[in-house]
Design a protein around this ligand. Structure first.
Ligand code: CTP
Length: 319
């Protein structure tokens, strides 16, 4: 059976890689990399048993009415009210309905992108996915600027926009969103309590400024379904990182997926320090057990998939 076959080979190759010593476990050659289209199709089919990204990428207007009360996905005891603003920003239909692309880029936020000169290559893909509203303009040569789909954890409001405490924070945010035009802005609003004020403020700013951005809010089942797929394939993640979520969703829409900015390690293969994010001074968190993610394990898995031609991982220079 296709699924078991994939899971066995994923595990076997990870084992082999993990058994090798030192930095060689992270090595993947870009030269001579070739897409394995039948594996791509097999992975898409297997993931479709757990979720359908076309549907699960966002709830739609008809799923709720204003005033509905829902339970947070990762904190079932707490609830959220569907406000009028939130309801008015839900899409009528999935923003990814019937969208298919030959090549896609999923851009993670690792400092490995600095000096990569990957900007042009990233922008040359048919569809570019980015994470957590990462800035692009100042880093265009390394990360590009095209953003067709961009995620935003509610915590970004605090982290990158001063909690909207003053007018200039809000202006900076509105300016950032206006640059996105009608791209998809994907806000995981139903995961955990804590960010609900931020989501409401974001929604209010989008409405007030009549921004064109197309908001999307992942379905209540998405994260469990994605975790289920990886667990079934013997990849014991706690909670998928945004980057892994995006790869998993992209398998539905993209024939060829290219990953950039995935490098959850404080040093590169030559021992040179690598920033956690290419754009800020956040420190590595995932070595502690408190971190919900297991990014190094995710990376090893993506590396295996690279070596099998299911995706292409770029961690070096593009030119
Ligand atoms: N990433 C990576 N290596 C890093 C930093 C990020 O591989 N040093 C990838 C991860 O897949 C991550 C994605 O890039 O999910 C986006 O980075 P970030 O915005 O930092 O995501 P997190 O906030 O860490 O993850 P989450 O949003 O799920 O909490």
């Amino acid at each position: 059976d296709g699924e078991l076959c994939l899971s066995r080979s994923l595990v076997n190759s990870s084992d082999k890689i993990i058994r090798k010593s030192g930095s060689s476990i992270f090595q993947h050659s870009v030269e001579g990399w070739k897409i394995n289209s039948s594996l791509v199709v097999e992975i898409r089919k297997n993931i479709l048993r757990f979720l359908d990204a076309e549907r699960d990428v966002s709830v739609v207007k008809s799923s709720f009415k204003p005033g509905d009360v829902i339970h947070y996905v990762l904190d079932r005891r707490r609830t959220l009210n569907i406000s009028h603003d939130l309801h008015s920003l839900l899409p009528e239909v999935s923003p990814m309905k019937n969208r298919r692309f030959k090549t896609c880029a999923v851009v993670g936020n690792s400092g490995i992108l600095l000096d990569s000169e990957c900007g042009k290559e990233i922008d040359s893909h048919n569809f570019v996915i980015r994470c957590n509203l990462a800035p692009v303009v100042e880093f265009a040569a390394d990360v590009g600027t095209k953003s067709d789909f961009i995620t935003m954890n509610p915590s970004v409001v605090q982290r990158a926009f001063g909690g909207f405490r003053n007018e200039s924070d809000r202006e900076k945010f509105v300016h950032r969103l206006s640059m996105l035009n009608d791209s998809v802005l994907w806000i995981p609003a139903f995961m955990v309590k804590g960010g609900e004020k931020h989501v409401e403020w974001v929604n209010a700013l989008i409405l007030k400024n009549k921004l064109k951005v197309r908001t999307a809010y992942p379905s209540l089942r998405l994260i469990h379904a994605v975790r289920g797929y990886w667990l079934t394939n013997k990849v014991p993640i706690k909670r998928p990182s945004t980057g892994l979520l995006m790869y998993t969703l992209a398998t539905r829409f993209c024939d060829e997926i290219h990953l950039y900015g995935f490098w959850p390690f404080p040093k590169d293969l030559n021992g040179k320090p690598v920033k956690y994010h290419y754009y800020d001074d956040l420190k590595y968190r995932y070595f502690s057990n408190a971190s919900p993610h297991r990014m190094p394990l995710e990376f090893k898995t993506l590396n295996v998939l690279h070596n099998r031609g299911a995706l292409k991982l770029t961690t070096g220079k593009c030119v």
